[in-house]
Design a protein around this ligand. Structure first.
Ligand code: SF4
Length: 259
């Protein structure tokens, strides 16, 4: 009988590992009854939190199945995740439950960059899964006629939840930004969409007045960058004018993606 504390730790480790596989583009992680005959999947350092007397490699033997051709994991993006590890580079590590690295297709032509994880994202380890996330999914799937998981990759400027959903502070953004840049360079999409002022300001390196500059094209490391409202702002200021603005911005993005 596995003690409750150990069981809880193993379940959390399993959850983090499955999230890591999902982030890396894998769609399956079957458990085989003949565990001893299966190769051990190397466990990225820092993927798990907590500690145990046994090496993690001997606690679980999971292998990914052949990945979908459309979702061949990007080695580079996996490297970035491994380098991030169980990050303690800023004080947000003290209060987070989970590092929310990003999700979607590592080879997507379109990447959305938001501000930071909220409570739902922190709990699930995935970006944009709360109310604002549902609005973003609606924008992607109904406004742009794309599939969120297959056609986009979504991440944030900070990977850990700021307490009380406050804005990320400068030192936190500065600590996390190198990983955002590495993520974007690893994916190298046709278009990056900055969602809201903090994401736009972080990527452009200046304070961006988003109401004035939304809908305009910029460049980030040789990639096209579109600025638009954050879906949480859209929910707060749910006017026809704001909805039309985001719709228009996304149509501009679609023109580039189709070109
Ligand atoms: S926000 Fe970024 S830099 Fe700060 S602890 Fe989390 S992953 Fe590390």
């Amino acid at each position: 009988m596995v003690p409750e504390t150990e069981r809880s730790l193993l379940l959390r480790q399993l959850k983090n590992y499955l999230l890591f596989l999902k982030e890396s583009g894998h769609t399956h992680a079957p458990l085989n009854s003949e565990l001893s005959e299966l190769p051990v999947m190397p466990v990225p350092s820092g993927t798990f939190r907590g500690s145990s007397s046994q090496p993690l490699e001997t606690q679980m033997t999971l292998i990914p199945t052949e990945s979908n051709d459309d979702h061949e994991p990007s080695g580079d993006l996996t490297d970035v995740r491994e380098e991030l590890g169980d990050c303690q580079r800023c004080k947000l590590c003290e209060t987070r439950k989970t590092i929310v690295f990003g999700s979607g297709n590592p080879d997507a032509d379109l990447v959305f960059v938001g501000e930071g994880p909220g409570a739902d994202e922190d709990a699930q380890g995935l970006p944009f899964v709360g109310r604002a996330g549902r609005k973003l999914t609606e924008i992607i799937e109904k406004g742009m006629l794309l599939n969120r998981e297959k056609d986009t990759y979504i991440c944030n400027i900070v990977k850990c939840r700021p307490p009380g959903n406050r804005d990320p502070e400068k030192d936190e953004v500065d600590a996390c930004k190198p990983f955002l840049i590495k993520q974007l360079k690893a994916i190298r999409p046709k278009v990056i969409v900055a969602l809201g002022k903090p994401a736009a300001s972080t990527l452009l390196g200046r304070t961006v007045p988003i109401t004035k500059e939304r809908g305009t094209w910029h460049e980030f490391e040789g990639m096209k960058l579109m600025l638009t409202y954050h879906p949480a702002y859209l929910l707060r200021a749910y006017t026809k004018e704001n909805r039309q603005a985001v719709y228009d911005d996304m149509q501009k993005v679609m023109e580039i993606l189709k070109a």
